[in-house]
Design a protein around this ligand. Structure first.
Ligand code: ZN
Length: 250
């Protein structure tokens, strides 16, 4: 018998699933606000129309669902056969008639949700491989999807902003991004300070003697960190009057 509710009872995972589902609903709302003709418009991502963003989100759900099937069955199924297959799929998806594109988003989201819902509690710990080659427990797919739906809803560029993204999602995203910079050593001399949260949130090169300090509210800092502009962010430095672009994230 198929469960009508999540089979995991882990409160942290259930909270994560809630953020992913809220994000999916948010993306759906922004997509539904766009008339068919406006799907042809530019997104915030260079070279991508809103069609590309929507196709990417649809195929991303299918790719993550493949990881959940892997976790459930033990049969290895990668997210994508290759990067070029992934890119080709997105370019193809972007050419679909609007109704088909909308169905791709809707059906893939429902399918992923069913895969998540029916995954046995212990299988959430089974290891799978991300498109970047990281080995992670199936639990991680919830965050992978959460990040995609919230950020790409902003990329649709029809009114969503980083201030619409829940604080815990922004905080984790910023931690991920600054962690990636740190691993690569691309944050040398750069200190990031979040100014609107109750606890101190400082990231980057905390050992630098005279760092370039980039500061601002969590939403603005996270937007900047993802490479989406410097709005709401300020930089203090002796020789840099402008906020520099953030180091590369992906
Ligand atoms: Zn993406």
């Amino acid at each position: 018998m198929v469960a009508r509710h999540d089979r995991t009872t882990d409160p942290v995972l259930l909270e994560g699933l809630l953020q992913a589902r809220r994000g999916t609903a948010f993306f759906a709302r922004k997509l539904n606000e766009l008339p068919d003709a406006e799907l042809d418009g530019d997104s915030l991502l260079p070279g991508w129309t809103r069609r590309h963003v929507t196709a990417h989100i649809g195929y991303n759900a299918r790719a993550i669902a493949r990881l959940i099937e892997w976790a459930a069955t033990g049969v290895e199924t990668p997210m994508y056969a290759s990067t070029s297959v992934r890119d080709h799929e997105i370019n193809f998806g972007a050419t679909l008639p609007p109704i088909a594109l909308r169905h791709l988003f809707d059906h893939s989201a429902v399918h992923l949700n069913v895969e998540w819902r029916d995954l046995p509690a212990e299988a959430w710990h089974h290891k799978v491989k991300t498109a970047q080659g990281r080995i992670v427990p199936a639990e991680e797919t919830v965050w992978m999807r959460t990040r995609e739906v919230w950020v790409h809803a902003v990329d649709l560029d029809n009114g969503a902003t980083f201030t619409d993204i829940p604080t815990p999602v922004l905080a984790r995203l910023l931690k991920d991004i600054t962690g990636a910079w740190h691993t690569r050593g691309t944050d040398t001399g750069l200190l990031i300070r979040v100014t609107d949260q109750p606890g101190a949130m400082v990231f980057g090169d905390t050992n630098a003697e005279t760092p370039l300090v980039v500061s601002g509210p969590l939403a603005a800092i996270t937007q900047w960190a993802t490479g989406r502009g410097t709005h709401g962010v300020t930089a203090t430095s002796t020789d840099l009057p402008e906020v520099p672009p953030a180091p590369k994230w992906i």
